[in-house]
Design a protein around this ligand. Structure first.
Ligand SMILES: *Cc1c(COP(=O)(O)O)cnc(C)c1O
Length: 422
């Protein structure tokens, strides 16, 4: 469910014609729909009704400050994985008391920042990190609120690059030693051990890995409590999968997910934290791009567009599939062709869609790459000295450029010539 629809033959984001944005700011650009994000947040929060739950939006899916503020106004907290994301969440108006800090490689200065701003919780991913937090907090004369992120050794059944809950992945503390580490943490001067956290991967379609992981968490909570220690919070991570239009399997609903949560860990009397990212913003964004050339090869047709792997790397990095639709609604009898939709970057891997059946486009046509709101703009770069892609937020009949295109002059201005080259 999203708010990108054809009206009178033109693709709209809510009540704004995509073509009008393109006319005003050029292409490529990301456009996000406030109504879609709002709906997804609400559906997720509603499914958890009656539970003592805090929904912390995973900023790594889309860290634009305006996107975060949109969600913060609905009551969302933030899950951050760097000092930079922490700063963004605060800037967006998320209270520190609603921010969770995850990630395997937090530096001393990031930990100090988190403690200084009064973060709700740091999710600890290793014993050396626990020791570092203890040292830094003790020096500051505070107790750091922490949860141990557990590696439950559960296969999420998702893409290898986004699975995180197996022992061979770098994330979390192995579940078999977690109760010992928790006992140790509970004795540290600079540590307030509040609970456990788990996140087994992203783009999960199958609910069973969630069930297995959460059952394991429930067992761990029981074991730790038997040791006489308190567990007041359980962070169940994110990872909820969304449809990209190539699904072979049915997509389970948020209600199914919430039922599994209730069945596995619902009666532990803890406060629950959730960290959805993709599920909130994925369908809420499109990448708008113009066709530069249609190149008919002897074996293949290439649609060369002005967006590339530096703007949206998901197809290149994960072999991800995205629907690509024309901004002008095609006639029902329009000719379809099979083509690779590619960008101008000088890399064979620069492909937005491979072997795709699309309505034959013409140079100058505006296209929308759908479901690009998560892990899109956040991974954009300026490779090939291409401009950093613009981002636009739509709300009803208005839109605002929430990140302008960053062009070559601004990029070069950041570089500096050593005096021996003057
Ligand atoms: C990436 C990540 C998330 C969000 O995952 P989604 O699949 O976008 O929901 C949540 N928590 C942690 C710790 C993450 O690394």
């Amino acid at each position: 469910m999203d708010y990108f629809e054809y009206k009178n033959g033109d693709l709209y984001a809510e009540d704004v014609k995509l073509g009008d944005i393109a006319d005003e700011i050029g292409t490529p650009f990301y456009a996000y729909s406030t109504a879609t994000m709002t709906r997804h947040y609400q559906v997720f929060a509603d499914a958890l009704r009656g539970m003592n739950a805090l929904v912390c939006f995973a900023l790594k899916a889309n860290s634009n400050v305006a996107v975060m503020r949109t969600l913060a106004r609905l009551g969302a907290g933030a899950d951050v994985v760097s000092g930079g994301e922490l700063t963004r969440a605060l800037k967006a108006g998320v209270p520190a008391a609603k921010i969770i800090f995850s990630g395997v490689g937090k530096t001393d200065s990031e930990i100090a920042l988190a403690l200084d701003v009064g973060i709700r919780q740091i999710n600890v991913e290793s014993v050396p990190e626990l020791e570092a937090i203890d040292r830094i907090a003790t020096a500051k004369g505070v107790k750091a609120p922490i949860a141990l992120r557990i590696n439950p050794d559960i296969d999420a059944g998702t893409h290898a690059k986004i699975t995180t809950g197996k022992l061979e992945n770098k994330f979390g503390i192995e579940w078999t030693v977690a109760h010992e580490v928790y006992a140790r943490a509970s004795k540290m001067d600079g540590i307030n051990a509040k609970g456990l956290a788990v996140h087994i991967g992203s783009q999960l379609h199958d609910m069973e890995p969630f069930r297995k992981a959460y059952e394991r968490m429930g067992d761990l909570v029981a074991m730790i409590r038997k040791d006489g220690l308190t567990v007041e919070t359980l962070d169940l991570g994110g990872g909820f999968g969304i449809p990209y239009g190539d699904e072979a399997h049915p997509i389970a609903g948020v209600e199914d997910y919430a039922r599994i949560v209730r069945e596995t860990v619902g009666d532990l009397g803890v406060e629950y934290i959730f960290e959805p990212g993709r599920m909130i913003v994925g369908n809420a964004g499109v990448l708008a791009t113009k066709v530069i050339y249609v190149k008919e090869g002897s074996t293949k047709t290439f649609v060369i567009v002005d967006a590339a792997m530096n703007d949206l790397i998901r197809p290149t990095l994960y072999g991800a599939h995205h629907e690509i639709v024309p901004a002008r609604e095609p006639a029902s009898d329009a000719e379809s062709i099979e083509a690779d939709v590619v960008g101008p970057v000088c890399e064979t891997g620069d492909v937005l869609a491979k072997g795709k059946t699309i309505v034959r486009p013409r140079a100058g046509d505006l296209l929308a790459v759908r479901t690009a709101g998560a892990y899109g703009a956040v991974q954009s770069s300026t490779y090939n000295s291409r401009a950093l892609v613009a981002e636009v937020l739509v709300d009803g009949d208005r839109f605002h450029v929430i990140r302008p295109r960053v062009g070559i002059e601004q990029m070069i201005a950041l570089e500096s010539m050593p005096n021996w080259l003057d």
